[in-house]
Design a binder for this molecule. Sequence first.
Ligand code: NAD
Length: 286
Amino acid sequence: MAKLIDGKLISAQIRAELKEETKAFIAATGVTPKLTVILVGEDPASQVYVRNKGRACEEVGFAAEQITLPATTTQEELDALIDRLNADKTVHGILVQLPLPKGLSEERVLLRISPEKDVDAFHPYNVGRMVAGQITYLPCTPAGVMELIKRSGISVAGKDCVVIGRSNIVGKPMAHLLMQANGTVTVCHSRTKELAEHTRRADILVAAIGKADFVTADMVKPGAVVIDVGINRNAEGKLTGDVDFASVEPIASYITPVPGGVGPMTIAMLMKNTLTAAKRAVEGEI
Ligand code: NAD
């Protein structure tokens, strides 16, 4: 039986630490960290994510602003809003909720946000810094996975790590962070041949695929640490990860549940980046 890595508990600990740090920061500087989230259109899932981010800000003592724009917003209007927020000294973090409605370019938006306020860490400048090991902000989901691993007392150094998925927001940065923690990393994806031969070698297996219950026990080495990033709805409409929890849990050493594993860590890391952004802004002004 695997030990459960409780992301809900660990993220609550991190938010409590950030709350204390924020209190001290505000007392010392008189500056309240502020995150502005832009939501374009009315995607129901995005509305929930944005609301949760606002709540998390309030919990740790940040100012939170939500700007909702209609789906008919033009690229120029969105650019102008980002420019205004880039110039606003009271705003420390800017996040444009993805996906954007058709007709708007995510690439252009991600380039437009000032790298200093890019708390999602999606700007190519921050991606480059991460790859070079010169870290300012880390992308929230993979950074959350690293925290789960660290706070569970699991060492990555020298371990065989296999990441399934190569997206810009999860798979690729995940592989870099594991490599920087001295893991030996293999990245698998939709074109990988004999996937299970790779995954069965993993001491640490991270699944970021987007396919319900894809990773089954025969793909996992007994005693492996299994991290499930996936968030899917199964045939019954139940929230489920990329890992078939029922079959994998008995053979893994550690496993993250879905929900309550990686999910809550993403917002905690966003809060961490926002506090870092506020600290950097204050330091820049001294
Ligand atoms: P994505 O669709 O951009 O990427 C999926 C990756 O899986 C691709 O790189 C693809 O090559 C790989 N893949 C697809 N089919 C495969 C197969 N048959 N075999 C091997 N690899 C295959 O998705 P994403 O944005 O990286 O997200 C992945 C999952 O993580 C989704 O379920 C998403 O909802 C979830 N997610 C969770 C959080 C969180 O906070 N917990 C954050 C982001 C994404």
